[in-house]
Design a protein around this ligand. Sequence first.
Ligand code: ASP
Length: 352
Amino acid sequence: MKKTFSALALALTVCLPSTLYAKNNVVVVATGGTIAGAGASATNSATYTAAKVPVDALLNAVPQIQELANVSGVQALQIASESITDKELIQLARKVNELVKDPKVNGLVITHGTDTMEETAFFLNLVIHTDKPIVLVGSMRPGTALSADGPLNLYNAVALASSDSAKGKGTLVMMNDNVYAARDVAKTINIHTNAFNSQWGALGTVVEGKTYWFRTSTKLHNDSSAFNIEDIKGDALPLVQIVYGSDNMLPESYLALQKAGVQAIVNAGTGNGSVPNYIVPTLVKLQQEGIQIVRSSRVANGFVLRNAEQPDDKYGWVVAHDLNPQKARLLTALALTKTKDAKTLQEMFYNY
Ligand code: ASP
């Protein structure tokens, strides 16, 4: 009886096309962050050093991922994500581009600090041309803490990246069992494990290694994007900076950025991206001198409505629509590699 079974198993193995039973190949690209962090004791859930643990140790800590896919690791960076500059972003995107072009690679997981994970995810969403799943994942507690969230997050991320159902859905963020679209996910809580959210909701959820989808994003991404990392020369993007809105602002904040050579300023304004009446003349003048003005909002939800609060058509300003200031910075910087026209820039904000 036993012999018949093993003969049958052998026959199936030999006869079935390899695609029917072969596991997908997933590469984990490690960049640091808390998921690679280490604290002094198990009760240090918030006091620890980020970017300590190398990729092999991360993978070995969750051996179950090898049941989901053939998983290998690459150490691209070892950094706390708040210290990432455009240079590291471009460097990482080039590595990711090289990996997705490899026919043996079916999906990527990028382990990343949570502070700027939404920025890296959005950048890759804009510049990597592929339909292969690219999944960013992090953790809020280091692996040394009680109830560390990294291992399950990593397991879920590998499940997602190895799932053919994730193909073509854009760059994804996997946190706390939820699957988010790179363009609208944001870190909204800085101390708990349910740190990420999107005002438009999660795309899906992963439970026990299986992905359940509920929505897709309608915005341009990856294969449909006009931007491509292969077109970016050197290791810098056009300089774009953010000014945070409040009461009692100073024109000097904007003028200092002009002196520093910015090509655009994202104004993280109050409410509907509002600009104080005593700041308006400065921004009108800066726009006339060739600096693009993008009105975003310091309010996490909603979107900035064009020509409401401020006459954008008259001033030649742009609204960031629902992109938060940090994502507006990246889209503006990429857009400036192609155009200096405010109308074209505005179209991009509606399309991405
Ligand atoms: N500061 C850390 C980082 O972004 C926080 C984290 O990963 O949760 O690298």
